[in-house]
Design a protein around this ligand. Structure first.
Ligand code: F6P
Length: 325
């Protein structure tokens, strides 16, 4: 069956913002414009659909945003989308505005919304945008590289002062229930220990003993990374202090990890994925998520992205453990 020609699409960003979301919006708007498809920007995620918070976009309205952090369309988490009433309102807005397809950039909550809307007959394509890199079917999510680099830059600064005072810095890194960001950051800063929700550790052997051995071998300060999904950084610091007597300081990097100009990797990935999302709609696809798989951009059923939990990169985990001595 011949698919319906796409004349107008919508684009939204939803959930926690991620550096590179603007670059996705730019790629979507420019790809659509080049194919004579008009674009409506839906502001504040799905609540913009429910409340009709919509702007018209054109190739020139996205000039200069590729280098900007945040999202020009704003973002929000929208519990109303989980109700039948909210979902129906969102679908009705799409119908009323003549939206032939919707591109939704965000994480798993965003994809759940896209899946539900697809089932209501609105063709939806998800683009993975989250600093957590926790979408199982995609090797990469937009924003991860920038967040990783931001955290590394901050922790390198912490190391200077920890070294001067011979302290241990316990740093909480974002990631919600996932430890991908913490693992990569821990590796890149040369942490003594990295505590992750996905891997059980023996605190005495893997943290305390390592620190004691480090001391004997002349290491006078430490960085310990705690993924936010692992537990409280303060309790980790207290435990270290009680067991070793080392002076500890806690830093929660928090939302600073979500800001800043996207790295070239995030700009490029956003451009490739935003382009692919429009192409997917033009090909008549729906309920798909754009993913990076073995260095290739492709698309998969959204269900695949939501059904399982993404495991940590085991090679990276082992390498990081091996060198943290
Ligand atoms: O999903 C992205 C993320 O930054 C998580 O790492 C973090 O747990 C959460 O969002 C924070 O959410 P909020 O911005 O609502 O505080």
């Amino acid at each position: 069956m011949e698919s319906k020609a796409i004349r107008r699409i919508g684009v939204l960003t939803s959930g926690g913002d991620a550096p590179g979301m603007n670059a996705v919006i730019r790629a979507v708007v420019r790809t659509a414009s080049a194919n004579n498809i008009s674009v409506l920007g839906v502001r504040r995620g799905y609540s913009g659909l429910i409340n009709g918070d919509i702007i018209e976009m054109a190739a020139r309205s996205v000039d200069g945003i590729i280098r900007k952090g945040g999202t020009m369309l704003y973002t929000a988490r929208c519990p109303e989308m989980m109700t039948e009433e909210g979902l129906q309102k969102a679908a009705d807005t799409c119908k009323y505005l003549g939206i032939d397809g919707l591109i939704c950039c965000g994480g798993d909550g965003t994809f759940r919304g896209a899946q539900a809307l697809s089932r209501k007959g609105v063709p939806c394509i998800g683009v993975p945008g989250t600093i957590d890199n926790d979408i199982v079917c995609s090797d990469y999510t937009i924003g991860f590289d920038t967040a990783c680099n931001t955290a590394v830059e901050c922790i390198d600064r912490l190391r200077d002062t920890m070294q001067s005072h011979e302290r241990c810095s316990v740093v909480e890194v974002m990631g919600r229930r996932a430890g991908h960001l913490a693992l990569n950051v821990g590796c890149a800063v040369g942490a003594t220990a990295t505590l992750l929700p996905e891997r059980e550790i023996d605190f005495e052997t893997d943290v305390i003993e390592k620190m004691r051995m480090g001391r004997i071998k002349g290491r006078n300060h430490h960085i310990v990374i705690v993924a936010e999904g692992y537990g409280s950084a303060q309790s980790v610091a207290d435990r270290i202090h009680e067991s070793t007597g080392v002076d500890t300081r806690v830093t929660i990097l928090g939302h600073i990890q979500r800001g800043g100009s996207p790295t070239s990797q995030d700009r490029i990935m956003a451009t490739r994925m935003g382009y692919a999302a429009v192409r997917a709609l033009m090909d008549g696809k729906t309920n798909r998520v754009i993913v990076l798989e073995d260095h290739r951009i492709t698309d998969l059923d959204i269900e695949e992205g939501l059904s399982r939990k993404k495991d940590l990169n085991q090679d990276l985990f082992e390498a990081q453990q091996a060198v943290a001595i």
